[in-house]
Design a protein around this ligand. Structure first.
Ligand code: ATP
Length: 259
């Protein structure tokens, strides 16, 4: 079922990211109710779920943009639960936000330079991003607002890469894009993984997530309804977990990532 892509697995056997029992509220609303996941180096871990399931809240909390009510986020063996977002970025946790969030009046290159603000040292430079997306070279002076949705998404990915992430968080890359563009953008994933980056992504497009993921977790109203490798879950289980209908078989949270 899966054509998961994976990068070079790094030295340590431990998870790069270990989230335990995360509870997040937006005011009175409990958006996440005890979410746990472990992402190992070189993996592509996908969070799937319908609108409002809590996927973006999870990613944004890992990036430091929401404060959890309870639970812990350990990154590279270090508890980062209370760390400010920019400190997480310099530690290597970098997010491509939902809806790209480029600076529309800045050029392609200026947007990429913004990404380098909290950069770690590493293989990614603006020139390397141009190698990954050759069309950008000619259009480096063009304003972001003049780009198509797919082009903007590529710039948003490039902006994240120049920060030299170890843990790249991708929030709904496919949002608002035609399937052929989505395929093209996800086609970059192997090269990104090869550079040593580990990926945690959020997708509403379940088949896309199943194609690229080494592990997945389905959220429904802030709860885990399914967890496992794409090859170990059936389409019926995914559908049940996604919509909350009978038939979902939840995995043991936190146990599905090691093999
Ligand atoms: P979508 O695909 O629509 O982005 P999602 O799975 O990413 O959905 P979240 O955006 O994390 O879900 O939202 C989870 C719940 O929290 C929803 O009920 C949403 O309305 C609520 N929510 C999200 N962000 C905020 C916020 N900043 N303030 C108040 N409520 C919020």
């Amino acid at each position: 079922m899966s054509e998961a892509v994976s990068g070079t697995r790094q030295g340590s056997d431990g998870p790069l990211l270990d989230v335990q029992d995360l509870v997040v509220h937006h005011g009175q609303l409990r958006a996440l109710s005890g979410i746990s996941l472990r992402v190992f180096p070189g993996e592509v871990y996908a969070i799937i779920g319908a609108n409002g399931a809590g996927k973006s809240t999870l990613l944004r909390t890992i990036a430091g943009l929401h404060h959890p009510t309870a639970g812990s986020i350990v990154y590279d063996g270090r508890d980062v639960t209370g760390l400010r977002p920019e400190r997480r970025a310099t530690a290597g946790i970098v997010m491509v936000p939902e809806n790209r969030r480029l600076f529309p009046s800045l050029t392609v290159e200026e947007n990429l330079k913004v990404g380098a603000t909290y950069a770690r040292s590493g293989p990614w430079t603006i020139d390397k991003v141009y190698d990954l997306f050759p069309w950008m070279t000619e259009r480096r002076g063009q304003r972001a607002v003049q780009l198509s949705g797919g082009e903007q998404q590529s710039v948003a990915i490039g902006r994240a890469l120049v920060a030299n992430p170890r843990m790249l968080l991708l929030d709904e890359l496919s949002l608002g894009l035609a399937p052929v563009i989505v395929q093209r953008i996800y086609g970059m994933l192997p090269q990104i993984l090869q550079s040593g980056v580990t990926v945690l992504l959020v997708e509403q497009d379940v088949s896309q997530a199943m194609r690229v993921a080494t592990n997945l977790q389905c959220l429904l109203e802030g709860h885990t309804t399914l967890e496992g490798k794409p090859s170990d879950v059936t389409a019926a289980q995914v559908e049940a977990a996604y919509f909350g209908t009978a038939g979902a078989v939840a995995g043991q949270p936190g146990d599905g990532s090691e093999a």
